[in-house]
Design a protein around this ligand. Structure first.
Ligand code: HEC
Ligand code: HEC
Length: 431
């Protein structure tokens, strides 16, 4: 705020010495503000807002009408022009602001600051009739949804959280052999940088804004297009649905397709994070091939009531999804942590799970060793939300004494016959 006051004061001094009073507010507006509204560099707002937020949405070539409309929004403080909300919006910066944003922002702050000050002293501008307020109501939910930090947060939750599945072959810090064999286009992950990765996926059209549904990043992961890396997760499963939703939503924002927030599709409320733990079940001949199955992993606690009783936490900590192989002999997957609510992001962008926000979360910090119960759930309708799936009654279960080493080579493997039928389970399942 003090910086803002300084810049506005400076703009005023420059304005006065440059002959501000020789010019009417309207002339000043035409000379200094209109070119900014038309500038191909866009407006400073787009550094943080992806859709529905640029100065030309609120101001046009008519200075009086623009002034009245900004006042009607409450964005101009006629008593104390330097504290106008519009100038506060323009003054906003964040850690990732780039030089272009900085230049645009300074230019807007100078020119619009000067214009607001002069218009606030101009009886004609002040006397212009204000438009009807309700026409100007902004859709705050849409503004929020299209904010860059929110978009990036969803990218981290939905796609970045799964990229360990792809990193060995597609991250430049690990894929030298793959690049040698298949070319430089193998690298499309920017290590440690979800923001740059999303931009790169868009630039390379691996996320296709024109035809989001056939984006290569999804098609390859599902093994649709012959994929050198095979099938990474099952079609129509939770991960696939989330990826599709993110990609469609991202394209809608980028193409400015949302007119109001009720067009925004609802996301699944559970966020997941891929661990390095691989799991295999073999000898599933009783289960139809292609059957969709989920394993939910529950922690087993020792009850503290003094007796040697164990309790299975009713809330799972991790899950894995997949389809039984075509020959009906096996099912395999990687486990994903179940994180807290994905939609519940606060405005400040903080998150109770450290590292999730910037993509640096390490699953090993959240999944401690100990006893677990793995519950095998048969899912006839994979289009159910993960929340619903996790409420289905399990088919069978198995208890394990501890975690195992991450990596394909050390996958934990069970035979289906090792599992006990769910109905024979006698142990208390906790409160
Ligand atoms: C540096 C990032 C950043 C920039 C640049 C930015 N905003 Fe925002 N904007 C935010 C954030 C974050 C919020 C959420 C509320 C908050 O934290 O202040 C927000 C919220 C809003 C809101 C809705 C809530 C409110 O405070 O009324 C409006 C309207 C808005 N911004 C308009 C603009 C306009 C117009 C511009 C350009 C002149 C702009 N913003 C530039 C980050 C930014
Ligand atoms: C074991 C190695 C391996 C893994 C793991 C792997 N891939 Fe691939 N991927 C390949 C190979 C090899 C190619 C090149 C041949 C082809 O296009 O299928 C490729 C190509 C791609 C391409 C096309 C890149 C381009 O621009 O040409 C995309 C997109 C892709 N994979 C997505 C994924 C996703 C998403 C994941 C993780 C969910 C993944 N891959 C995991 C081996 C892998």
């Amino acid at each position: 705020m003090s910086e803002l006051r300084f810049v506005v004061a400076l703009a005023m001094v420059i304005g006065i010495s440059g002959g501000m009073f020789a010019e009417t507010p309207s002339e000043l507006y035409q000379r200094r503000v209109v070119p900014l509204l038309r500038s191909p560099e866009g407006s400073s707002c787009s550094a943080c807002h992806m859709q529905g937020m640029k100065l030309s949405d609120f101001m046009n070539v008519d200075p009086r009408a623009s002034f009245a409309s900004l006042r009607a929004r409450g964005w101009i403080n006629t008593e104390s022009p330097g504290e106008s909300k519009l100038l506060e919006f323009i003054a906003k910066t964040n850690a990732t602001s780039d030089p272009i944003h900085e230049r645009v922002r300074r230019a807007e702050l100078d020119a619009i600051g000067e214009w607001i000050r002069s218009a606030c002293q101009d009886p004609e501008s002040l006397n212009t009739q204000l438009p009807e307020l309700r026409d100007l109501t902004l859709d705050e939910a849409l503004i929020r949804h299209a904010r860059k930090d929110q978009v990036l947060g969803r990218f981290v939750d939905v796609i970045w959280s799964q990229l360990e599945r792809c990193a060995n072959c597609h991250s430049p810090d690990r894929n030298a052999k793959q690049v040698e064999k298949n070319g430089a286009s193998m690298s499309w992950i920017v290590p440690k940088s979800p923001g740059e990765t999303l931009q790169l996926l868009e630039n390379r059209k691996l996320i296709d804004l024109a035809e989001p549904g056939s984006s290569l990043i999804r098609a390859k992961a599902l093994g649709h297009e012959d994929h050198g890396g095979g099938v990474k997760f099952p079609e129509d499963g939770h991960t696939d649905r989330q990826w599709s939703k993110f990609i469609e939503d991202y394209a809608a924002i980028k193409n400015r397709r949302y007119a109001s927030s009720d067009q925004i599709p609802s996301m699944d409320s559970i966020a997941t994070w891929r661990t390095g733990l691989h799991l295999k079940i073999q000898g599933l001949s009783q289960v139809p091939s292609g059957q969709f199955g989920v394993v939910a992993m529950h922690r087993i606690h020792r009850s503290d009531e003094g007796r040697q009783m164990e309790m299975v936490d009713p809330k799972p900590v991790a899950f894995g999804e997949g389809r039984v192989s075509n020959d009906g002999t096996s099912w395999g997957t990687t486990l994903c942590l179940l994180l807290s609510d994905g939609e519940d992001r606060t405005d400040s962008g903080t998150d109770e799970v450290t590292g999730r926000e910037d993509g640096s979360l390490d699953w090993r910090d959240l999944l401690t060793d100990g006893k677990y119960q793995l519950r095998w759930v048969l899912v006839d309708d994979p289009s159910k939300s993960l929340e619903e799936i996790l409420k289905l009654a399990p088919d069978s279960f198995i208890d394990i004494d501890g975690l195992w080493a991450p990596g394909h080579a050390t996958a934990k493997s069970f035979r289906y016959t090792d599992f006990q039928r769910w109905k024979s389970q006698r142990r208390s399942t906790g409160p």
